[in-house]
Design a protein around this ligand. Structure first.
Ligand code: DNO
Length: 348
């Protein structure tokens, strides 16, 4: 496996100088953040990212994300131009050595949480989604900001998008995903890039919006739309793991054996009795997921793709981007290093 770390570019309070000191850390996951979805990324920005990583002995080979414009997901507007721009971005990423591009097909909002700094028993804080808090939230009325959400929409635009997705429904979203993949995957194949779709987080409908990248049946369907290794998964254990019906270790084993996991996001969550969930420290004993079984599934199926420790808690007084502090993600990396080393040695 190739151990990687997400870096938000020059504005990230966590520097590449720090990231490189995490044992075993070799790869950087980043993106061009100052270009609107649907537009083409300047070559100079990509070249600069590559250069900055290399100056620190790191490799920029994973992009997270090239955002998919809402019109592509909705199948409306200037689709030809938007799809062509998307393909052009894949080509430009490949030019600087990118091997894997992450994206998602979630309507309007990326990951959804109700609180970003919930204090745990040990005093650390983490992201949670509590149904009792969720029920009170109305995206049509409340101004909701979460990290990863595109906050550039006005409330009126959000309202309009919610209505459009309501009309589109799941069947329409599947059709638009298929159109997207049929256009984009051949380009990715040509330039040696693996496209890795991130599951919906959490993997069930939110605010009545259709969600399709949620469970084994739907992942099978998604992979079959274009049967190519370039059409693969960013298997996020914490996202799929918020639904107790998903057997994450079994899914990892299956899709890794098929060669269809390009990228692993590894973190733990605790599912609560009413289906709410809390992000927890990476250890198996801290949450609902068996991180050892997940790692073993990867090792036994010969996984050689990218892995990153996902969301950490805020610990030791650190403040910053919720989920993306240094300390707990670094602890997560150390834990993953240990799991992989042990599993690899046992497999021999
Ligand atoms: C959250 C991330 C997601 C992910 C996107 C990929 O921390 O895992 O925001 O980057 O869904 O497009």
């Amino acid at each position: 496996m190739k151990l990687s770390f997400r870096w938000y570019g020059e504005d990230d309070p966590i520097s590449l100088e720090y990231i490189r000191q995490i044992p075993g850390m070799k790869h950087i996951v980043t993106a061009v953040y100052d270009v609107k979805p649907g537009e083409v990324w300047p070559r100079e920005s990509l070249a600069r990212l590559k250069e900055q990583c290399e100056e620190n002995g790191l490799k920029f080979d994973v992009v997270e994300s090239i955002p998919v414009h809402e019109d592509i997901k909705l199948g409306r507007g200037d689709l030809d131009r938007l799809l062509e721009n998307y393909c052009e971005n894949i080509r430009r990423c490949a030019e600087v050595g990118v091997k894997c591009v992450t994206y998602n097909f979630m309507p309007v909002f990326d990951w959804t949480r109700t609180q970003l700094d919930r204090k745990g028993a040990d005093g650390s804080t983490s992201l949670v989604m509590y149904w009792d808090q969720m029920k009170g939230l109305d995206p049509l009325k409340d101004d909701i900001h979460l990290p990863g959400w595109d906050s550039s929409y006005t409330q009126q635009e959000v309202r309009e998008l919610l209505t459009a997705y309501g009309e589109l429904g799941e069947a329409g979203l599947w059709r638009n995903l298929e159109r997207f993949l049929k256009k984009v995957i051949p380009v990715a194949e040509e330039c040696g890039v693996v496209m890795a779709i991130h599951p919906d987080d959490p993997p069930y409908p939110i605010f009545g919006l259709p969600r399709i990248i949620t469970c084994e049946e739907n992942l099978d369907r998604m992979l079959a739309l274009v049967d190519s290794p370039a059409n693969s998964l960013c298997l996020c254990t914490g996202s799929l793991g918020c639904a107790a019906s998903n057997d994450v270790a079994a899914m990892v084993r299956k899709y890794s054996a098929m060669g269809r996991i390009g990228f692993m996001h590894m973190r733990n969550v605790q599912i609560l009795e009413d289906g709410s969930f809390e992000e927890r420290a990476h250890l198996s004993s801290c949450g609902s997921l068996d991180m050892f079984e997940i790692t073993r599934a990867l090792v036994e199926t010969g996984f050689d793709g990218y892995v990153r420790p996902d969301h950490g808690r805020m610990i030791w007084g650190e403040s910053g981007k919720p989920g993306y502090g240094l300390y707990d993600r670094a602890l997560g990396a150390a834990y993953l290093n240990g799991l992989f080393e042990a599993c690899e040695k046992f497999a021999k």
